[in-house]
Structures are given as C-alpha cells and as structure tokens.
Design a protein around this ligand. Sequence first.
Ligand code: NDP
Length: 281
Amino acid sequence: MTQIIDGKKISAEIKDELKEKVSALKAEGKEITLAVIQVGNDPASTVYVGNKKKSCAYIGIRSLAYELPEDTTEEELLSLVNQLNESRDVHGILVQLPLPKQINEDKIIKAIAPAKDVDGFHPQSVGALSIGQPGFVSCTPAGIIQLLKRSGITIDGKECVIVGRSNIVGKPMALLLLRENGTVTVCHSHTKNLKEVCKRADILVAAIGKPKFFNHEYIKEGAVVIDVGIHRNENNKLCGDVDYDDVFPHVSAITPVPGGVGPMTIAMLMYNCVQAAEMEI
Ligand code: NDP
C-alpha cells in the first residue's frame, strides 16, 4: 500500500517538541527572539511572514517584525541587519526574499551574522554543510530529511535523484542526502535522458518549479517521491511538480501537495531558531 507522507502531522510533532524546549529555556530565564524583516508588500511574502510569526507565537518564540517600505535602500537594510547582528537580545535574523531590485540579495545574505543565519543561506552555513561541520541548514531540504526519517524511510545506500540545483533546495538537498549515506545524483535543465536517470531513483526529489511535470514514466516501481513544487492551478487548487494521481499507484511513499514538504519549511525554521539560542548558551 502506498504511504502518504504526512507533512502536516510531522511538522506539528516537531513544533510541539520545540514548544517544550522553548518553555524549558524560558524557565531558565532565556527568551528566544527571531527578527523578521520584510521589504515592500509582495502579497506572497506577506503570507509567508504571517505564517512564520504565527508559528513563533505557537512555540513561544518572540518575533520582532520589521516592515520596511518598497523603496528602502541597500544601505538602510544593511544598517538594520548590522544593528540586529550586534543585539544580544536577537538570536535569529530572517530577511524575507525576494527583495526589491535596488537591493543585492547576496550582499544582504552575506551581511547576516552566521550565528544568526536561521535560513541557512549564508556562504559560511553552506560551506559548513558541505564539509560536514555544524551550522544552520536550509529549511526546506532539512525538512525533507525529517519527513523521510520520521516516516521510517531508510536513506543509507539508496539511489537518490534530485531534480533541481537551486541554492536553497537542490544543492543543500544533495549534501544532506549524501550525509545520510545516499548515492546522490543531481539533475538540472541540461541533464540528458532525464526520464532514465529519474527511473534509477529509490528516492526522487522533484524541485524544478513546473506543475505536474513528473508522471509515472519518470518513476521506478516502488520508489519514494518527494514533491517540493508548489503551484496554484486555474481552479485555485494547489499542485506540485509531480502528477500525483498518475504516479500514486507506482510509488511506495509520496508527499502530497499541499500537506507534504510545505509545512516542514517553517517547522525547520523554528528548529533553527531554537538551535541559535541553544548555541549561545
Ligand atoms: P529554482 O527556479 O531556483 O530552480 C529550479 C531548478 O530546476 C533549476 O536548477 C533548473 O535547472 C531546474 N529545472 C527547471 N526545469 C527543468 C527541467 N525541465 N528539467 C530538469 N531540470 C529543470 O527553484 P527552487 O529550487 O527555488 O524551487 C523549486 C520548486 O520548489 C518551486 O515550485 C518552488 O515554488 C518550490 N519551493 C517550495 C518550497 C516549500 O516550502 N515547499 C520552498 C522552496 C521552493 P537549471 O539550474 O539548469 O536552470
């Protein structure tokens, strides 16, 4: 029988575990604080930031919201980030992306103190991950590892194929699966014979940003399929990069969209905030 990997349930479990940790830290007199910066009012960013604040409130993390106007300059944003870097009361700093075009995202990401880089995007965090040292890990791929482990799926020795090589999903996913002793292949838009490569996968991670791209022709019988994509179709319904109904009879386990990978991203952000505060103790 096909296992539906329940990201809603697993993310709720993680949040409840964190809630307990946070209340234990509070009892020792430590309040965890996350600074959330949004520049402009992109509607999708407003929804993401709102969900992050809600999760903070649930877990007991204090969130400080900085809502800056669309025409904020790079210097102004850098100055706020520096001020938060210096603040002993702030444990994590999150700058919601994308930023308006006058601001260089890479420059801002680099300006965040690595000890407060709860998104795991700083080059130092990425470097630490690549050489197996402790550091913050990008939340979506970290969440996928939790989904697999907590669903009883073994990664060790498995043939893992990731389609997509972005800095926030595909590349850190490859490093994490490698760390778990998977045999890892990363595909992208120049990959030849994509179907054949995907058909080798015991674990297939689809992260290309194309609705319902992967049908059963890409799937080995009995594979585990992780769908990172999120799209809204013409009927306002959400779907992923995988054609769920088409592949379902062929897989041993699959993440649905919504309710799979999506809820894990915020849970792992909360995990990183707690880690930031614990490292400081
Ligand atoms: P990017 O657009 O940054 O990267 C897409 C990657 O897919 C690129 O590496 C690109 O290759 C590759 N690609 C595109 N088309 C093809 C194709 N036809 N065949 C093979 N490879 C292809 O996307 P992200 O990694 O940021 O996001 C991917 C998806 O995941 C999106 O739908 C996004 O919305 C979703 N997402 C979901 C999150 C969640 O919390 N659930 C979090 C983050 C993202 P190349 O490098 O050669 O251009």
